[in-house]
Design a protein around this ligand. Structure first.
Ligand SMILES: [Zn+2]
Length: 554
């Protein structure tokens, strides 16, 4: 039995609660990760209204159980929620503590509706107690009438759900109003078809997500490995498509994305693609690539290789001329080139590591939940406690298996990836820890509930830090040092970039400030500049800076 299904059975606090109150002999098909909906009418504003599906809705129940057992579905939901958490964190002003939880993935079980993601709509859900909640969220619609359900290929069905959730991820990265629009939306299309740049980006992204998380490297019912074989780069007569046609072909966009995420010398390609999309909110893939290279110049060489191959040597850089990284800056140090590439990558080690990471995340979330029992309106702190002890023993057993595996294997590339993630984790934990200490110090002594909550968080961060440290100590030593040095080199490069940017605006250097919260701290200023530079352009950015300056002179 997988970790996840055990977890699901224990979980579902909210629905269990509803279940007890309402006293119905059916369980809601809903928890804090996925909510199944069935259409029940329209709300007072004319938006569609849903009820939560229950175990008595037979088909829905079968599908629900089946999706929960699927690893690809679990992972894509994790990614969906991660984008939400990032957005929440970005919208939290300094000094405030964000307690908003990421929203679940909403799945409508439809009939004769078509299968798609409705990212434009607003909808309402009536819970088991009759209360109505309205959401402005992307919603996956699954058509039970779809021929896909008759397919014998199980992974095709899962890939379809993962694909639709992928659309929701893009909607969360872009925001509802900035999503590309095209007359092609709603028209039939397929992997190989030349449409327009907007649809190719929207669908290419979702096809890529479907392939990335299921490991099924093709689109719909196309031949196996169509993506990895670059099949979508050719016309029907066997000739390569033109540059213009390639950027209008969803299958080709998905191909390039998949190669970015799988390239041996690119780390976290999936995350970098998401960040490039979030920052650019681009409406075509070429613009996404340009943003990518301006933000991650260290991947330039790998990108040349990928584009050259995928375009059948027609181009190896995005269109539109030179990409400005930061004029006058030396090229960044090469990073993370795998020293050994013998083709046999030890996927088991990575899988084990991913399991360990996600079990640790769940554990951390439960610990935080304990500090915020008020989220559950007084319901069931013992249940959280019970889940926590369970989760803790799971983390411990995965930890010892992982340490054993790390000592056995000599797979440098995977050891590098793991070292990279662990060092990132420790840095983030340190940052959160220090931020929490600052909040703690600023909280009045009499505000006991807040202080005790912050104390629980501080303890958690210490514990997480030492857990990550324990695993890190078991990574191959030379590999760890190498990754550590690469990180430092890259950090230096970024600092130089930020300094060049700030000196352009004539900001006096004050390198010795201790706190990023000091009004005239240069770090804070650099951060602000960074934020403005990536989020807006030209005059808008300039006037934001002028305002900031004026603020300081008052
Ligand atoms: Zn789609």
């Amino acid at each position: 039995m997988s970790q996840f299904s055990v977890y699901v059975r224990l979980l579902v606090i909210l629905s269990l609660f509803n279940f007890l109150v309402a006293g119905i002999a059916a369980q809601t098909l809903a928890n804090d990760k996925m909510v199944f909906l069935i259409k029940s009418g329209t709300d007072s504003s004319g938006n569609p209204m849903y009820r939560m599906a229950t175990s008595q809705d037979q088909r829905a129940n079968q599908i629900y159980d089946r999706f929960w057992r699927d690893e690809g579905v679990q992972k894509v939901i994790e990614s969906h929620q991660q984008v939400d958490s990032n957005n929440n964190a970005l919208n939290t002003p300094p000094g405030y503590h964000n307690i908003q939880k990421p929203s679940p993935v909403f799945v409508e079980i439809g009939n004769q509706t078509g299968t798609y993601n409705d990212w434009k709509g607003t909808f309402s859900v009536q819970d088991a107690n009759g209360r109505v909640h309205t959401y402005d969220e992307p919603r996956v619609v699954l058509d039970l009438n779809d021929s896909m359900w008759q397919s014998r290929d199980q992974t095709l069905v899962e890939q379809t759900l993962v694909h639709e959730i992928g659309h929701g991820i893009m909607r969360k990265l872009y925001g509802k109003s900035d999503m590309p629009d095209t007359p092609w939306l709603g028209r039939p299309h397929y992997g190989d078809l030349v449409t327009d740049e907007q649809l190719a980006l929207i669908e290419g992204w979702a096809e890529f997500v479907g392939a990335e998380f299921t490991g099924r490297h093709t689109i719909a019912e196309d031949p196996a490995d169509s993506l990895t074989m670059n099949a979508y780069a050719y016309q029907d007569n066997g000739q390569p498509k033109t540059t213009e046609q390639l950027f209008k072909t969803e299958g080709w966009v998905a191909t390039v994305m998949l190669h970015i995420s799988k390239h041996p010398s690119i780390n976290n390609g999936y995350q970098k693609l998401m960040e490039s999309m979030r920052l650019s909110r681009a409406h075509d893939f070429n613009a996404v690539l340009r943003k990518y290279l301006s933000k991650y110049p260290e991947d330039g060489a790998a990108m040349q290789q990928i584009l050259g191959k995928a375009s059948i040597n027609q181009f190896n850089k995005p269109m539109g001329g030179e990409i400005e990284v930061n004029p006058g800056d030396p090229s960044p140090p090469p990073v993370d080139v795998a020293t050994v590439q013998n083709g046999s990558n030890d996927q088991n080690l990575l899988n084990l590591f991913n399991d360990y990471q996600s079990s640790l995340n769940t554990y951390a979330q439960l610990r935080l939940d304990m500090a915020h029992v008020d989220w559950y309106r007084g319901a069931w702190p013992q249940e959280i406690q019970r889940r926590m002890s369970f989760q803790q023993s799971l983390v411990k057993s995965l930890e010892s298996r992982l340490i054993f595996a790390l000592r056995q294997t000599s797979e440098i590339h995977n050891q590098q990836l793991i070292a990279q993630t662990l060092l990132d984790n420790m840095e983030k934990i340190r940052f959160e820890h220090n931020r929490t200490i600052q909040s703690y110090q600023k909280t009045n002594w009499w505000n006991r509930s807040v202080r005790s909550r912050l104390k629980i968080e501080l303890e958690l961060y210490k514990e997480l830090y030492s857990m990550n440290k324990t695993v890190t100590d078991n990574v191959h030593t030379d590999t760890l040092y190498e990754v550590w040095n690469q990180r430092n080199a890259r950090m230096q490069y970024r600092i130089r970039q930020a300094e060049t940017a700030s000196s352009q605006y004539g900001v006096p250097a004050k390198p010795n400030c201790n706190s990023a919260l000091d009004a005239d701290c240069r770090d804070a200023y650099n951060k602000l500049i960074g934020a403005i530079r990536v989020n807006s352009t030209g005059n808008e950015a300039k006037s934001a800076l002028e305002n900031y300056k004026a603020l300081g002179q008052r």
